[in-house]
Design a protein around this ligand. Structure first.
Ligand code: NAD
Length: 487
């Protein structure tokens, strides 16, 4: 299998190569096969990308929002037409099963282009402020050159979720995908050009943790939006603070999913499985601490075990496959080491706990794993694992579970399953997190704001809220009379 792009970077409307950059090998996670060889951006490539963005941005900002929106909507259409091809590429890039990528990855990117393209005409209005005989008005103005830095779990979605609001506000973007998944964003850049985006407005450069800082520290960059881990977030925010850049931080989590004894148990089991095993557990908002009220624990665990052991693990390109490999060998080793810690610290292994027996070759597979009798102090209950490992914890009453659910530095998301409507709202109201679900889990349509609190970050993606993070207000006070000065 090969997925070699024309060149490593996409700058100023065309593919660009600089073989002086460190080699990045793109491996297909299901087999370990090298499917593409790319080069990390050299400082010269970084300069070229930022310069192209800077050159292109003013004319783009001067266009009407409707005209900008039309281009994004065209990009959404092209993405939908090419959904199969883009989904296969996403599967090669990440190892996620085609059953998922075909419904969740390019489609969600297309939604983002469609949404922001559609709201452009009305969403960027300013306001008029009456001040007696004087008045003021506000304008929403772009920031300039925005940098997007992506994680490897949703490469195409992240490239679009950052690109769409940035572009619609009149900015230009330089996007750096994760070094683990370099392929998808290049296609997004190609599609935007095909849709009519003027060159230089959406550039993609490759690189790793040494390349990112070249962008974050660049004096011509006005904003950085990162999707990544908390430690990376701290470094990027600190570097951006050096020149007071705008920042959006979409970071990790260890979110609580609370199941009360009056919940529809099958829905709660389904929600917990989706919130732990989708994308092989590599989802930032996953509800990895599943608190189950003690009197339904046995029923919950037995149904969960049966359904988990029925999952189809295997070739991600097979439509029947429900669980693919981890993104990389290193990520699998990290997940396996957490599983070992869970066992060593006394959690009860309900199912899974290792590499699937039937998997041969070099694929980075891990069994979907459930631990029960997990306590708050255990490592697996405290740290983000980012793999298909669910921790089930028991609880007795509402106040106790809320306090324990909040007992974490993270605050990305959370969920509650209950048939008591008032309790559902009461509990989510007290959970310290940016995105919460009642009687479902992990649904993130473009219409709703998404983002974290506490150490999980700040700023919001999607929805009208994202516009505020890619633009700023310019206020104009208009004096209508003679200036009265006391001197
Ligand atoms: P990571 O933090 O290792 O890397 C993220 C990106 O940052 C990569 O592109 C990497 O090259 C770059 N990077 C690393 N160090 C940098 C630096 N010093 N300066 C600039 N860029 C730097 O994260 P990952 O392993 O790719 O992704 C997994 C993490 O991302 C998890 O913690 C997960 O929860 C989080 N995540 C969060 C969201 C969200 O929306 N909140 C979504 C997906 C993933």
């Amino acid at each position: 299998m090969k997925a070699q792009p024309i060149a490593s970077h996409f700058i100023d409307g065309e593919y660009v190569e600089d073989t002086d950059g460190t080699v990045i090998e793109s491996l297909y996670p299901a087999t370990g096969e090298v499917i593409a060889r790319l080069h990390a951006a050299t400082p010269a490539i970084v300069e070229r990308a930022v310069a192209a963005a800077r050159r292109a941005q003013p004319a783009w900002a001067a266009m009407s929002p409707t005209a900008r929106g039309r281009i994004l909507k065209r990009a959404a259409d092209i993405m939908r037409e090419r959904n199969r091809e883009l989904s296969e590429l996403e599967t090669l890039d990440t190892g996620k099963p085609i059953q998922e990528t075909i419904v969740a990855d390019p489609t969600s990117g297309a939604d983002s282009f469609e949404f922001f393209g559609g709201i452009a005409a009305a969403g960027l209005n300013g306001s008029y402020i009456p001040l007696g005989q004087d008045f003021a008005y506000t304008k929403r103005v772009p920031l300039g050159v925005c940098v997007g830095i992506g994680a490897w779990n949703y490469p195409q979605q992240i490239a679009c979720w950052k690109g769409a609001p940035a572009l619609i506000c009149g900015n230009a973007m330089v996007f750096k995908p994760s070094e683990n998944t370099p392929l998808g964003a290049l296609k997004i850049a190609e599609i935007l050009i095909e849709a009519g985006l003027p060159k230089g407005l959406y550039n993609v450069i490759q690189g790793d943790r040494t390349t990112g800082p070249l962008l974050v520290n660049h004096p011509d960059v006005a904003k950085v939006s990162l999707t990544g881990s908390v430690p990376t977030g701290r470094k990027v925010a600190a570097a951006a603070a050096g020149s007071l850049k705008h920042v959006t931080m979409e970071l990790g989590g260890k979110s609580p999913l609370i199941v009360f004894d009056d919940a529809d148990i099958d829905s709660a089991v389904g929600g917990a499985m989706l919130g732990n095993f989708y994308s092989t557990g590599q989802v930032c908002s996953n509800g990895t601490r599943v608190f189950v009220q003690r009197n339904i624990k046995e029923t919950f665990l037995s149904r969960l075990k049966a359904r988990t052991e029925n999952m189809v693990i295997g070739d991600p390109m097979d439509e029947a496959t429900q669980l693919g490999p981890m993104v990389s060998f290193d990520q699998r080793q990290k997940v396996l080491s957490y599983i070992d810690k869970g066992k060593a610290e006394g959690a009860t292994l309900v199912t899974g706990g290792g590499i699937p027996n039937h998997v041969t070759g070099e694929g980075y597979y891990v069994q979907p794993t459930v631990f029960a009798d997990v306590t708050d102090e255990m490592t697996i209950a405290r740290e983000e694992i980012f793999g298909p490992v669910m921790c089930v914890l028991d609880f007795d009453d509402e106040a106790e579970v809320i306090a324990r659910a909040n007992g974490t530095e993270f605050g990305l998301s959370g969920g509650v399953f209950t048939s008591d409507l008032t309790r559902g709202h009461r509990v989510v109201d007290q959970l310290e997190a940016g995105t919460l679900w009642i009687n479902t889990y992990n649904l993130c349509p473009v219409e709703i704001p998404f983002g974290g609190s506490k150490q999980s970050g700040f700023g919001r993606e999607n929805s009208l809220a994202a516009l505020e993070h890619y633009s700023e207000l310019k206020t104009v006070y208009v004096g209508m009379g003679k200036v009265e000065a006391p001197y």
